[in-house]
Design a protein. Sequence first.
Lengths: 502, 320
Amino acid sequence: MHTALVIGAGFTGLGTAIKLRESGIEDLVILERADRVGGTWRDATYPGAACDIPSQLYSFSFAKNPGWSRTYSPSAEIHAHIEELAERFDLVKDIRFNTEVTRLAFDKKEAHWVVSAGRRKFYARTVVVASGPLSDASLPGIRGIEDYQGAKILSARWDHDYDFAGKNVAVIGTGASAVQIIPELVKTAGSVKVFQRTAGWVMPRVDFETPAVAKAVFARVPAAQQAARTALFLAHEAAATGLVWDTPVTSLIQQAGKLHLRLTVKDKWLRRQLTPDFRAGCKRMLMSSDYYPALQQDNCKLITWPIATITPGGIQTSDGLQHEVDAIVFATGYDVHLEGPPYPVTGLDGQSLQDEWSGHPQAYKSASAHGYPNLFFTCGPNSGPGHNSLLVYVQGQIEYAVAGIRTIVEQDLRWLDVKKEVQDAYNVSMQKRLRSTTWMSGCASWYLTADGFNASMYPGFATQYLRQMQDFRIRDYEVSSAAAQRLWNASSTEPGRDLTAV
Amino acid sequence: MTPTKRMDMDEMLQKIKDRQWALADIDWTAPGAETISDEFRPKLKAFMADLCWIENVGARGFAAMAKKAPTPTIAEIYRYFHAEEQRHANAELALMKRWGMLEDGEVPEPSVNIRMAIEWLDTYADDMPLSVLGTVIPMLEVALDGALLKFLLEEVHDPVCHQVFEKINNDESRHIAVDFEVLDLIGHAKARKLAIDFVANVATPGLIIGALMYVPLLNRMRNNLVGMGLQPEKLYRAMERFEKLGNRGEFTHRVPLFQVLRVHAAMVVDPKHPYHLVANTMVKVSEYYPRALFRPIPTWFKELTHEPTTKGVKKGMNAA
Ligand SMILES: Cc1cc2nc3c(=O)[nH]c(=O)nc-3n(C[C@H](O)[C@H](O)[C@H](O)COP(=O)(O)OP(=O)(O)OC[C@H]3O[C@@H](n4cnc5c(N)ncnc54)[C@H](O)[C@@H]3O)c2cc1C
Ligand SMILES: [Fe+2]
Ligand SMILES: [Fe+2]
């Protein structure tokens, strides 16, 4: 039996472990389905993979890296940093690798979570879900895909054995991964045809090598690095006035996007094809300075005709043509689990989280769900930033989970379960505040469930979000105290009856 | 009047996705090409060239419509229609190739009237409101796009041509169904909004120039038909269909531009109407339009190809 169990050894899982240890909770275990730490940055190894939020901000403030090589560090460097964190904080000993969680069930009688990983079982008083917002990917259900005879390459699971040199390649999708992959592919492949469904807003990404002096200063004067981080944080916060809420600033951002297009794309029709028809911020912003130039290379072509079907030899578009290609890169994104983790979770009375969240996922402060005590979500409902580093938000979630777990331990609680009325009131206010955001301005995006419900994004500034996460209030929760239960058991003829709200 | 039942656009979109076809589905070398006589060939070539560019013009119209569509589903439908018009043009080019009308790498020259239409579309179409585009496009579809094909089938006895036009006509029947449904939706809007859209756009250079381009284009096609020995009545019947289909809608009659086009169509179908004097003069005048004034042909115009299959990227070519 562990005090805390963490699912996932990516940035979030490791950050949680670091903070739990720091607060005196030593008895913890991390379950990771892969054989190495790193999460996203272990798996995203496609050419050009890098973060699109500056590295100074795309890291934890409590575990900085003075040595980032560039403004936007490449995937391998971020992965190395995460591995270094695991070493630096001596976390590896607590990680059970090759252990994929398949079920979470709360045992009411024993007041602990039973965590199944196949046939193995783990028991823990508290659980932190850190299995990642974008950690699963699969081939999209495009007509005819199973008939295709060439190489199928999923951007999220790059096939490094495939040699693109001289090949005719198709890329399906023009999202965050695609704009990083295409400029690299164009350098090696014989030809690259890019199949676009909707054009996104692309902002220039000014990527510098970090000057040696800066690295030296950051290493010796941590305060200087914190200052750089704070400046970046505030700059991103300012962008929220246009990217979170649909305001005149949104229009300004669009003007900047159009200017970028005008300055870098010569042909009028190509510019029209690349001009988004939704409000900036409604879908994830794309950051790239080399995507537009790549599309205009002699061996690259943007195709905006709908894909009619995939054929054995390539892709058939609705203008009646067949595009024969040797390989198709599916840069089609991730299986976003808006309706709860992809493994079953059952709560206090055996109810299923997936059933409850179907269509309309709800949590309190994105971290706790009524009926699922002692369980803390990261990247939970309405926790996503549209304008800032995800890790800034994750840091708030870690702080919240640690405060909750410490409360359980210090007050010797059997469980802590958020009150239904507190959760409901919170969500009414969330949905009200969401109405005026860019995400609800009418575009279809992976932020929304099938019926257009937004359970992914946080409608506000990061500062607001962090403030609420720093404020763990026990009065928001129903608690079951272990001492009271023991007393009850001793005096009662009905042993095992639980006492809530004591 | 019983209220019209609204079309289920999601169902329509699904149907469109299920009915996609490609140039490669057709055997372009099958026998039948010899049915085109040497004497008929040049006339047919002129007609096919115009037809193929009209498809392309329609395609560009749908591209503009997609940005104005009232719902995401209709936007997606227009995105398909845009591609389908392009498919028609590609297939018609492939027929021309089959009939020996195109040298290697040759793409038929667009006529002046087509060039004018293209310039108009490129300059104004994206700024026209839905109520204007949504009325003009159906007219273009019934009068030129859909109907012209039907005459061809009477004159041309090549089975491959029939096979191709059966596919094209099936697409067109969906286009026309959606066109008139949307026209009716437009008519459903507040009268005030319709009036504002109309007044604000009728007097604009965009619409005036549009009319100046549409009138000779239509008469040019009429003259083409007569040149091939066909009766222009066929074209007129098609134009009357515009009114007939429009009148089936519950609200279509409320769209001011619909009324304008309806009256215009009535003039066109009356061969004795003085309108034809004016229109034919416009065709002649447009022949004198200095080509140097045209801006370079937009790149979307160069995407047409008769090749069913492409491999690799050839920039600046009529191949994908
Ligand atoms: C290509 C890409 C680029 C991105 N760039 C940025 C960026 O620039 N800025 C930004 O803010 N965000 C970015 N993100 C979002 C990114 O996902 C997060 O910033 C961050 O990496 C999430 O960390 P995590 O630890 O929560 O999840 P992950 O990194 O996904 O880690 C989750 C871990 O849990 C493990 N796991 C999953 N399921 C199970 C299971 N059932 N049992 C056991 N273990 C399991 C996984 O193997 C993985 O190791 C990007 C995402 C991707 C995919
Ligand atoms: Fe057509
Ligand atoms: Fe059509």
